[in-house]
Design a protein around this ligand. Structure first.
Ligand SMILES: [Cu+2]
Length: 291
């Protein structure tokens, strides 16, 4: 505990600065886009799932204020000590070495603060990890350097496709394309439904992350991880691979289009025709694995 007090103290100026910057940046964050970052944005992306909303509250409503209060308190203590107990103001220092009351206080108060943080933190973990009955399941495979998606047959799917970043020359801003985030084939899911993502990888570890859904889970070869989201708003939501996975790590975006139930059913019908047979990249990847 004492060690912790020291480390908090030594970190104080840095965390204070971060807290102030984040507070000042809150104005800029108001202008943040939905489903993608906005220029100059400081805060988190606009949440569109209950989990993401909870994460935003946890960060902006609990952790950041606590951080700012503790930083200001420690700064105040430092200034107080510097003014009151410097050599000039206090030429004969006290020889006091123990103060039971103070020691109990600086042990118990941090413990209470940690408990206050732990309760919503564990609740969030439980909500993220205990997956409610799913309406739609999609399997995601991270590859160097793109994502593949599979829609199971028993849910009207029975097809898979690769999703690669649109090259610079194909970006059409008028059509809503976003540089470095738009892809050739988007994942399409229905609004207001529980979507379960089963996530794995075929080569190295990747990480499937969509900030506005509040999801981030590692894609590990040989392991099937699961996460879920329930988007409450239609639209395009972007994410990126969040585990350094090789030279094109920065160029394997995730693009999820949330649509109405009817539009989803229509898309399923089209996609089944469009993606009939194994996609070209699947064949490539399989061949390269066999070599
Ligand atoms: Cu990756």
């Amino acid at each position: 505990m004492r060690f912790q007090m020291f480390s908090v103290r030594s970190l104080a100026p840095a965390s204070l600065a971060a807290g102030l910057v984040a507070t000042l940046g809150a104005g800029a964050a108001l202008a943040s886009g939905v489903g993608q970052p906005a220029p100059g944005q400081m805060g988190l992306q606009v949440p569109v799932t209950p989990i993401a909303a909870y994460i935003n509250w946890f960060h902006d409503g609990l952790l950041l204020p606590l951080c700012i209060i503790i930083s200001l308190f420690v700064l105040g203590l430092l200034v107080y000590v510097m003014v009151k107990f410097n050599e000039k103001a206090n030429p004969t220092p006290s020889r006091l070495t123990h103060h039971t009351g103070l020691e109990v206080a600086w042990t118990v108060i941090p413990v209470l603060i940690l408990v206050v943080i732990a309760i919503p933190s564990f609740r969030l973990l439980r909500d993220q990890l205990v997956i409610p009955p799913a309406d739609v399941t999609v399997k995601v495979t991270g590859k160097q350097w793109y994502w593949s998606y599979e829609y199971p047959k028993d849910q009207g799917g029975g097809f898979g496709f690769d999703s690669l970043m649109k090259p610079e020359k194909d970006i059409d801003v008028a059509k809503g394309d976003v540089r470095l985030l738009s892809v050739d084939n988007e994942v399409v899911v229905p609004v207001g439904k529980v979507v379960r993502m089963q996530v794995t990888a075929s080569d190295v570890i990747h990480s499937f992350t969509v900030p506005s859904f509040g999801i981030r889970i590692d894609a590990v070869p040989g392991r099937l991880n699961e996460t879920w989201f329930k988007a409450e708003r239609e639209g395009m939501y972007y994410g990126q691979c969040s585990k350094i996975c090789g030279k094109d790590h920065a160029y394997m975006p995730i693009a999820v289009r949330v649509v109405s139930e009817q539009a989803y059913t229509a898309w399923l019908g089209e996609a089944k025709k469009k993606f009939a047979g194994a996609p070209a990249h699947y064949a490539d990847a399989a061949a390269s694995v066999r070599q």
